[in-house]
Design a protein around this ligand. Structure first.
Ligand SMILES: Nc1ncnc2c1ncn2[C@@H]1O[C@H](COP(=O)(O)OP(=O)(O)OP(=O)(O)O)[C@@H](O)[C@H]1O
Ligand SMILES: [Mg+2]
Length: 345
């Protein structure tokens, strides 16, 4: 994780209670009442409970948690479709909770774009007219709308389908349109609430790859909600885990697999095949002898997964790996016992 990155979005002491007297009910929470008691005794829902988190610029920030844990409520605070009961949401340092209606409209159009789980395409508009929809709302010129929408049509692999209607497309193709429409708006923040969850596994995997490929170039702040841990581990630069409206842990895939904050997170990650996720960097010993014995040692990269390290060691019939960084400098070492510990942990 690049420590120099600025937070694009900062969420400060944010709580949300749904019901008729949210502020009053929040006092009960602050005095120690939990979500269940608040619901059974007072018919109010504690959806978010004192969330503090930063979402980094140019990163895919995943939000995970069981159904009802507050993921959608949280993402809807970022474009203020929902206003907090208490707390602040800062985007580029500006508190969006203090914006006027006009400022808020401009903010939503310019800075945020959304991809929906059910695609939310307009059925009577063609593919190209769906892609250009956000640009029309923004009031862009005809020339710009045409250029941008054709560009994004091509980037999501739908050239030739511009005149088709959504009903003539498969689910995966419809979501490509949804993605192109969101990207055409050229917003800094892309919000995706279970955007790939309705797709078949293979199509879903394709969409993840398209998103990852585009992100290497676009470098947007992507807030990505998912139920699926494999998806989170594959695409997230960082993952935040919510439980009952509380932020339990936020970290890289390796942080979460190696140091789960509590039993809830531990249960989440229990069935993951770690070898394809953990990186050499996270399991290596950074102490390298000044005069290492390089016999029977393979060289691996710090970004290699444990599976790749294992493969390198097995193919060279070796028990030791020297870990190098991008510049080829040795930064650590891994032996077969360390590998076994990482896999069995
Ligand atoms: N408008 C609302 N009015 C009352 N309660 C609400 C409202 N919206 C959400 N909630 C409640 O807030 C809590 C968090 O809901 P939210 O939709 O954010 O969960 P989620 O993590 O997105 O779940 P899912 O994975 O099922 O989409 C739930 O207990 C839900 O019932
Ligand atoms: Mg939801």
């Amino acid at each position: 994780m690049d420590k120099l990155k600025q937070p694009k979005i900062k969420i400060v002491n944010l709580s949300k209670v749904f019901g008729r007297a949210p502020k009053k009910m929040l006092q009960l929470v602050q005095q120690g009442m939990d979500k269940t008691e608040l619901l059974t005794k007072h018919r109010h829902v504690l959806a978010l409970d004192n969330i503090n988190m930063e979402l980094q610029e140019h990163s895919i920030e995943v939000i995970m948690g069981l159904s009802g844990s507050g993921k959608s409520t949280l993402i809807r605070h970022i474009n203020r479709l929902i206003a907090p009961t208490v707390g602040e949401v800062l985007v580029d340092g500006e508190n969006i909770c203090g914006m006027s209606a006009t400022q808020l409209r401009r903010f939503r159009q310019k800075k945020t774009a959304m991809v929906f789980q059910n695609f939310a395409l307009l059925p009577h508009r063609t593919v190209i007219d769906n892609i250009s929809f956000g640009l029309q709302v923004q009031g862009q010129s005809e020339a710009r709308i045409k250029r941008s929408s054709h560009y994004w049509l091509e980037r999501v692999g739908l050239t030739g389908y511009e005149k088709h209607y959504p009903a003539q497309l498969s689910g995966g193709m419809q979501q490509r349109v949804g993605l192109a429409r969101a990207l055409a708006c050229d917003a800094d923040i892309l919000m995706m609430d279970e955007a790939f969850s309705a797709l078949d596994p293979l199509i879903r995997s394709d969409m993840q790859n398209i998103l990852l490929e585009l992100q290497t170039e676009l470098k947007k702040t992507i807030v990505f909600i998912t139920h699926d841990l494999d998806e989170a581990l594959k695409i997230g630069d960082r993952i935040a885990i919510l439980n009952q409206g509380k932020l339990i842990q936020q970290g890289t895939a390796d942080d979460i697999l190696l140091h789960p904050a509590d039993d809830y997170v531990r249960r989440f990650v229990a069935d993951v095949n770690r070898t394809g996720v953990l990186r050499a960097r996270s399991i290596m010993d950074v102490k390298i002898q000044s005069n290492p014995d390089f016999s029977n040692t393979v060289v691996v990269k710090e970004d290699d997964t444990v599976r790749e390290v294992l493969h390198s060691m097995l193919s060279a019939d070796s028990y030791n790996a020297l870990v190098t960084n991008q510049n080829g400098k040795a930064v650590g070492r891994i032996d077969s016992e360390m590998l076994a510990a990482a896999v069995n942990n």
